[in-house]
Design a binder for this molecule. Structure first.
Ligand code: PHE
Length: 349
C-alpha cells in the first residue's frame, strides 16, 4: 500500500522534473507518451493496483486518476506556454492575433478564351464530335493548295499569312503559321478512317492587329463526312450550337457566301443579343456575323482520298475570341485586351 502511494508520488516528482527540461512541443508530446503511454511507468503503477487490498483500492484508484489528470493538465499548460514563448520572440509587427478571421488568398480562374474553348468543345462533344489536333505550323499545302487556293489565287489575301523561314517542301510548299484551322480538313481525311465527325480547336495566326483582330487567335472547326450528309445537317448543327452557347432565344441565318473549299458556302449570322433581332446601332439590321460554313467541295474530298460520289461532308469554323466577345452582355471594345494580361480586365470574365 505504502508502496503504491510512494510509487505514485515518485512518478509525479520525476515527471515534473522532466517537464521542466523540455523546450519544444515535440518533446512535450514525447513526454506524454513516455509517462502515460501503454508501456509507461504510470501504467505499471496502475497494474500494481491489483495488489492493493480491496478496501483501499478505491481510494488509491482515485489518487491514480487524479495523478493522471494532473499530468495531462501540466502537459497542456506547458504546451501553451511554449507556444506563447515562441510568439514572444517575434517582433511587435510580426505578432499575429490567431483569433482574427483568416485572410482569403486570391484564387485565379481560367482565362476567358480557355473556358470558351472548353465550353465549345463540350457542346460539340454532346453531339458526337471528337476533338482532334492538327499542326499549327504546317506546309501551305494543307491550309491552301488542297483547299483550292493556289499560290497565285487572289483569295490568299484573305488569310494574311506568316511564313516560316525554312526550306520549302518540294511538293507541299512553304511552311506557314496556319491562318485558319481548315488545314485539318484534308489532314483529317488522310488518317483514312470514315465516317468523320471531329473538330479541331487550335491557334491561328494572321498579319492583322486592330480592335477586332489579334495576330494570334484561336479557331475551331468541325467536320462531318459520311454518306448522305446534307445542308440540312449543317443547319441543324449550327442551330444547336448557337442555342447551346448563346441561348435559346437566339436565331440563326445562313447567308450565301463564297469560300474556295466549300460549295455551297455560307456565312452564319445570329440574331443580335442586344436588340433581340430588331435592329440597333450595334448590329444595324438585327443580325451579327459569326463565321463561315459550307458543304465540302468535291475537290477537297478527293484531295483527302475520299470519293465525293459516295461521301459528302460539311465544315464550319470561326474564331473563339470573336465568339466569346459576342456572348450576351460582353461588349469588348478591343479584342486585343484579352491578351494584355491585365487582371483587372480578365478577372471580370
Ligand atoms: N476557314 C474559314 C475562315 O477562316 C472558315 C470556314 C471554315 C469556312 C469551314 C467554311 C468552312 O474564314
Amino acid at each position: 500500500m505504502q508502496d503504491f502511494s510512494s510509487q505514485l508520488s515518485n512518478l509525479i516528482t520525476q515527471f515534473q522534473q522532466d517537464l521542466e527540461k523540455v523546450s519544444t512541443s515535440d518533446n512535450v508530446e514525447a513526454l506524454r507518451v513516455q509517462y502515460l503511454g501503454r508501456k509507461s511507468p504510470f501504467q505499471e503503477v496502475m497494474r500494481s493496483l491489483k495488489d492493493v487490498s480491496v478496501d483501499q483500492r478505491k481510494e488509491f484508484g482515485q489518487a491514480a486518476n487524479k495523478a493522471k489528470q494532473d499530468i495531462e493538465a501540466a502537459i497542456e499548460a506547458r504546451e501553451t506556454d511554449l507556444v506563447n514563448k515562441r510568439f514572444e520572440r517575434l517582433g511587435e509587427e510580426e505578432k499575429i492575433d490567431i483569433s482574427l478571421p483568416g485572410e482569403k488568398s486570391s484564387v485565379g480562374h481560367l482565362h476567358m478564351v480557355t473556358s470558351a474553348i472548353r465550353d465549345i468543345r463540350r457542346i460539340f462533344e454532346h453531339i458526337g464530335f471528337t476533338q482532334v489536333r492538327h499542326p499549327e505550323i504546317d506546309w501551305e499545302w494543307y491550309p491552301f493548295e488542297v483547299l483550292r487556293i493556289g499560290a497565285d489565287h487572289p483569295a490568299r489575301d484573305n488569310w494574311e499569312t506568316f511564313f516560316v523561314d525554312v526550306p520549302a517542301h518540294p511538293k507541299k510548299g512553304k511552311m506557314v503559321l496556319v491562318p485558319h484551322v481548315s488545314n485539318g480538313q484534308v489532314r483529317e481525311m488522310e488518317r483514312g478512317e470514315l465516317p468523320i465527325r471531329s473538330m479541331n480547336i487550335a491557334k491561328t495566326y494572321r498579319r492583322q492587329s486592330d480592335v477586332s483582330h489579334v495576330p494570334m487567335f484561336h479557331q475551331f472547326e468541325g467536320w462531318i463526312i459520311d454518306k448522305g450528309i446534307r445542308l440540312t445537317d449543317l443547319k441543324g448543327v449550327m442551330e444547336y450550337f448557337v442555342k447551346e452557347y448563346f441561348g435559346e432565344d437566339r436565331e440563326i441565318r445562313l447567308r450565301p457566301h463564297h469560300f474556295r473549299f466549300t460549295e455551297p458556302s455560307m456565312e452564319l449570322d445570329i440574331s443580335c443579343g442586344l436588340c433581340a433581332g430588331k435592329g440597333c446601332s450595334m448590329c444595324k439590321e438585327g443580325w451579327v456575323e459569326l463565321g463561315g460554313a459550307g458543304m465540302m467541295h468535291p475537290d477537297v474530298l478527293r484531295a483527302g482520298g475520299v470519293d465525293p460520289e459516295i461521301y459528302s461532308g460539311l465544315a464550319f469554323g470561326w474564331g473563339v475570341e470573336r465568339t466569346v466577345s459576342m456572348k450576351a452582355g460582353l461588349n469588348i471594345a478591343d479584342l486585343r485586351t484579352m491578351y494584355k494580361n491585365d487582371v483587372r480586365f480578365l478577372e471580370q470574365f
